[in-house]
Design a protein around this ligand. Structure first.
Ligand code: UD1
Length: 418
């Protein structure tokens, strides 16, 4: 098992280029299945989740070439509508292959995705939306079979603005007959990027980025090329890294509006964030101040930044409260941060963090992607040496993390045995 070994205390200084967004790339790759042809996608991050998606698409009959951030997807021959169980388990987000395969082949068989480290992740909203378009869904032996050769546009009201459900329904609706309205849709920038990709394929979608998305079904689509938007969570992670280490980091390839919630909190905590130029510069000199944070759907504070923010506030002056509103069980990093000296109490969905002067290095384990990177940040700011186990979780979502961190002065090594 690979681990990170971090010597804490270095001030991070320099420039980092942010990669394309994982959460935009995965649905776009799935959407390439919607029509036969060759799609070229640029700025695809080199991540374990992306490699798994390449593997899944290959098993379905696509020819996938992925090199130097460019992914070419040849979907002229799609022979399978079944997502293998092991890969479905490996990457829960493969559930949005349902919408794409329904749009292309009229049927799809996937295993039930089950829970994950950050809590139960039901797909009822996906299924309700697909059923509203005329999909028949049956569940047997842990598998779901969805069939619908003649999908019809419909009004879908989501009980919660789920990102994945919004994307899944969009993909199924582009080839349906008539108009689909998704109300209470997710407004995340990745949904807008999917809309842009689908419209370049010939779809007629308006409204992504607002809470109502209108999709007029079209009879056919064609292949296209697309550059994925920058990863706002990777950007947010480096912004927090600068603030926590009293560093000075300039981020390239970032959209300031997408990280606005993080910018606002960092300023409130006492860091300086300059968003005037092309990129974003984050600097901090003194100790950060405690702040309160509530995670919410976009444009609220992202749940995917909650663990990193908690690591930061563990060393801030005063008491902070974080309320996690999106996922029920997203506090797995708390025990590990406590091992590093953090003083955190959990009460239901709230975490009360009493800032300590300095975290101290320890042996800790990553339980999921963002929890893992939060421990990396804690290790960078801590006194002494930190070893982080199970870093395969971090490789799911960060392209060249240790290389980028080393480039700005961090003392971090990937080790295989310790
Ligand atoms: C996406 C992101 C993930 C991020 C999350 C919230 C991808 C690949 N992943 O995940 O990184 O943390 O958005 O910003 O884009 N829910 C239901 N029923 C459903 C679907 C969701 O109850 O059918 C609930 C979930 O349990 C969760 C909440 O809705 O509590 C938000 O989930 P959702 O927005 O769907 O997240 P994902 O699309 O899975």
């Amino acid at each position: 098992m690979e681990k990170f070994l971090i010597a804490g205390g270095a001030e991070l200084r320099g420039t980092v280029r942010i990669a394309g967004a994982k959460n935009a790339t995965l649905p776009i790759m799935a959407a390439s299945l919607l029509c036969p042809g060759i799609c070229t996608i640029y700025d695809v991050p080199d991540l374990r989740d992306v490699r798994v998606m390449c593997e899944i698409l290959t098993l379905m009959g696509a020819k996938v070439e992925y090199k130097d951030g460019t992914c070419q997807l040849d979907t002229r021959n799609i022979s399978s509508a079944e997502v293998p169980e092991n890969l479905m388990r490996e990457m829960r987000s493969s559930v949005f292959l349902m919408g794409a395969l329904l749009g292309r082949l009229g049927r799809v068989k996937v295993s039930y995705p089950g829970g994950c480290a950050i809590g139960p992740r039901p797909i009822d909203l996906h299924l309700k939306g697909l059923a509203a378009l005329g999909t028949r869904i049956s569940e047997r032996h842990g598998y779901m079979l969805a069939e619908g050769r003649e999908l019809r546009g419909s009004d879908v009201h989501l009980d919660f603005p789920s990102v994945g459900a919004t994307e899944n329904i969009m993909m199924a609706a582009v080839r349906a007959r008539g108009v689909t309205l998704i109300r209470n849709a997710a407004k995340e920038p990745e949904v807008v990027d999917l809309q842009n990709f689908l419209n370049k394929m010939g779809a007629r979608i308006r409204g992504a980025g607002t809470d109502t998305i209108k999709i007029e079904g079209v009879p056919s689509l064609g292949p296209t090329t697309h550059s994925v938007i920058p990863d706002r969570i990777e950007a947010g992670t480096f912004m927090v890294a600068a603030a926590m280490t009293k560093g000075d980091i300039y981020l390239e390839n970032v959209i300031a509006e997408h990280v606005e919630p993080v910018t606002a909190k960092l300023r409130e905590a006492g860091a300086e964030v300059d968003t005037k130029g092309e990129g974003i510069r984050v600097t901090a000199s003194g100790r950060l101040q405690a702040v309160d944070v509530k995670t919410l759907p976009y444009p609220g504070y992202p749940t995917d930044m909650q663990p990193q923010t908690m690591a930061m506030l563990s060393g801030a002056e005063g008491t902070s409260v974080i309320i996690e509103n999106i996922f029920a069980n997203r506090f797995k990093h708390v025990d590990e941060l406590r091992r590093m000296g953090a003083q955190i109490k959990i009460e239901g969905r709230a975490a009360v963090i009493r800032g300590v002067e300095r975290l101290s290095g320890a042996f800790v384990e990553a339980s999921d992607l963002r929890a893992g990177v939060a421990l990396v940040l804690a290790g960078l700011a801590a006194e002494g040496e930190t070893v982080i186990d199970n870093i395969y979780h971090i490789d799911r979502g960060y392209d060249s993390l240790e290389k980028k961190l080393k480039g700005i002065g961090a003392k971090i090594e990937r080790i295989t045995d310790r």
